[in-house]
Structures are given as C-alpha cells and as structure tokens.
Design a protein around this ligand. Structure first.
Ligand SMILES: NC(=O)c1ccc[n+]([C@@H]2O[C@H](COP(=O)([O-])OP(=O)(O)OC[C@H]3O[C@@H](n4cnc5c(N)ncnc54)[C@H](O)[C@@H]3O)[C@@H](O)[C@H]2O)c1
Length: 349
C-alpha cells in the first residue's frame, strides 16, 4: 500500500511511519516540522527506497493538491495536528487553523484526487483522533467511552479535534469519501516529546527537579504504548469498515499520581539516587483549567471486529520507555532548548 501519512515527524506519526515501512508499505511523510516535530524519529527509515518526505503545511491547500498528484496514494493516514492541551489554552488559534482548517484542506484535496481517479473503492481517508472528544467521565469503572458516546469536548484542543471528526464524517455522508476514524487514549513510549507528562517526569527526575503533578493527581488517564497504537492504526486503514470509527485503548487506567509513582519506582531501580527515592521530588502544582477528570476507552469493537490486542502490558511498556530515555539523551537533550519546553503552560485564562 502507498500511504500518505501526515504528521509523520511527530510522536505517534513517526511510530506509524517506522512500522509501515517495516511491513513493506510505501510511505510519503507529510509534515510541516513545527516545534513538536523531530526528523530524528524517522532517521532509521529515511534512506529506505520505500520512504519519501514532503515538508508541507496542511494549511496550504495548493501544496496538498500537488502532493496528491505527485504521489497518488492508496490511503491517507491523517495525524498532523497541534496536540498539546496546555498550549491550546494559551493559544487556541493554531489549533483551529491546523486541526480544523487543515483537516478540511486534507479532505478536499483527498476528495478531488479520489474523484479524479474514478472514485476507487479501495481508497481510504483514515482520520486519527483522540478520546478527549468525548469529554470527562465519572469515576465509575463500569462507565467507559464507546464509539456511540456523545461528543462533549471541553478544551480548545479537544474541541478542535471533535470539529475535525465531524468534518470527516460529513465528507463520507455527503460526498461518499471512504473514510475510517479512530479515537485513541493517551499514548506513551519512545520519542514522546518532552512537554508531555511522562517524559517531563522522567527528565525532571533525572535532573533533580520537582515532578509537577496538576491538582491533587487524581485525574485518571488510560495509557497505551505508542507502538501498539501504530499497529492498531495500520490494521484499521487496511481492514476497518468504511464510514466506521474504532476506539483504541489499552484498558490501563491510572491516576496521574499512581503513574508518576510507578515511573519513580522504575527509576529507583534503574538509576538509583545517592539518597532517597525519586518520589521525594513529587510536587503538587496549580491544576489545568477545565482539567478532565477521567478518560477510559472500551476497545470492544476493534478487538471483536478486527482482532486487535495490545502487545505489551503497561508495566512492560513503562519500563521500556524509561530505559529508552536513559539510553537516548542525544535525542531529548537538544529538544529541551525548544520554545516553551520546561515552562508551565496553560494556566493563564
Ligand atoms: N499523543 C496522544 O496521546 C494522542 C492520543 C490520541 C490521539 N492523538 C492524535 O494523534 C495525532 C498525533 O499526535 P502526536 O502526539 O504524535 O502529536 P505530535 O504533536 O507529537 O506530532 C504532530 C506532528 O504534526 C505536525 N504538524 C502540526 N501542524 C502541522 C501542519 N499545520 N501541517 C503539517 N504538519 C503539522 C508536527 O510538525 C508534528 O510532527 C494527533 O492528531 C493527535 O490528536 C494523540
């Protein structure tokens, strides 16, 4: 399959690019290289004859048309987005322009290309989204997000992703574009950009800095190893039913405090401090405005229809992730100089 993957220099997109190439797919990686991008994430496949890179902004419709015409993909996997909730609180404009207008441009470019090719049935537009579009759950283990949960986004980030999901569904219903959608829970793993919770905790711990926990640390997230997400995405683009959405999650709910304590325990074992535990560095800080209490995915549809299962437990995945950061200082050190990294964002309202 020839895949046009947007956002392939980011955290999840690069995992999809690496896995797709390992499985013999051709990949065109389309990425604007924003502050969150890192071409090192795909350095291992950049020389492959299966790989091509286009530095392009999805806000630029004419450039997208040129890329569709030049590469003639079998499927699009659309991951490019502004992705950090805290940044969406400080500057929502970029989220509207990239996540909504950019997705609209992708849909229109894909539609023109698909119509021009004679509307091939096998073509797919796979939109990659988040569970945050469903809002916040009560703390009841029996209540989880299903594909039928009503949308209730509460941050500028999740609202912009929800809007993009609606556009994708509308392009299917109105124009017949063969789309599939996925909504995934929080990812973690290698190459996670050092502004997100897990890398922040690992790197602050190693630097002897405070480990910031928003509010009282009781917010619950459902964690999935990024390589398992990439595997699920390739399964959906190949076998997912047209017009359908699939929730993807690892069924690994943890409060933020439990997660940070687990990371500290792994670090205590792998890189013991001269004295005490990394948990001594835990510090509670002002909460994020509108902080959703709980996310939890019911992944029944992808499991039953497509036979997907995560390959690692959260314990294995977190241990592998910590080890990866210990082994890859050359990757994360330069990123700490990028704008906003290490600063507290998203508290001014
Ligand atoms: N991180 C998560 O836990 C998570 C969970 C579920 C869904 N998602 C979704 O998965 C996708 C990827 O998330 P991520 O964590 O890898 O994000 P990321 O921020 O690490 O990467 C985003 C990539 O998109 C590129 N990009 C941003 N704006 C662009 C533009 N205007 N034109 C072209 N490229 C642009 C960036 O350069 C970057 O390489 C997003 O759509 C996100 O909403 C993320």
């Amino acid at each position: 399959m020839k895949l046009l993957i947007t956002g392939g220099a980011g955290f999840i997109g690069s995992a999809v690019v690496r896995l797709a190439i390992a499985r013999g797919h051709q990949v065109v990686n389309l990425d604007a290289l924003t502050y969150a991008a890192c071409l090192e994430n795909v350095a291992g496949v950049a020389e492959s004859p299966l790989y091509a890179f286009e530095q392009t902004n999805i806000r630029d419709r004419a450039a997208l048309d040129r890329i569709f015409a030049a590469h003639r993909p079998d499927a699009v996997m659309h991951l490019a987005a502004e992705s950090h909730v805290d940044r969406s609180i400080d500057g929502p404009g970029a989220f509207i322009e990239t996540n909504i207008t950019g997705t609209y441009n992708m849909l229109e470019s894909a539609r023109d290309f698909w119509v021009g090719e004679g509307r091939p049935e096998a073509f797919r537009f796979h939109h990659i989204s988040t569970d945050e579009v469903f809002g916040s759950l009560p703390n009841d283990p029996l209540v989880k997000f299903t594909e039928d949960t009503a949308y209730d986004p509460r941050s500028p980030y999740s609202a912009s992703k929800a809007a993009s999901d609606h556009l994708v569904r509308a392009w299917h219903e109105t124009y017949g574009l063969p789309v599939v959608l996925t909504n995934c829970s929080n990812n973690y793993g290698p190459y996670h950009f050092p502004e997100k919770l897990i890398p922040v905790i690992i790197l602050n711990a190693l630097a002897g800095k405070p480990l910031p926990i928003y509010g009282d640390g009781s917010n619950i997230r459902d964690w999935l190893f990024v390589e398992d997400h990439a595997d699920a995405l390739l399964l959906v683009v190949e076998k997912g039913r047209v017009g359908r959405s699939y929730n993807i999650g690892g069924e690994n709910e943890r409060t933020n405090l439990e997660l940070v304590q687990t990371l500290c325990a792994i670090l205590d074992e792998k890189r013991p401090k001269a004295q005490g535990s990394y948990t001594d560095q835990i510090t509670f800080v002002a909460d994020r405005p509108g902080h959703d209490a709980r996310y939890a995915i019911a992944p029944g549809r992808i499991r039953e229809e497509l036979g997907w299962r995560p390959s690692v437990t959260v314990e294995e995945g977190l241990a592998r992730t910590v080890q990866w950061y210990l082994d890859n200082e050359n990757w994360w050190k330069p990123l700490q100089g990028r704008k906003g990294i290490g600063e507290r964002l998203g508290v001014k309202t």
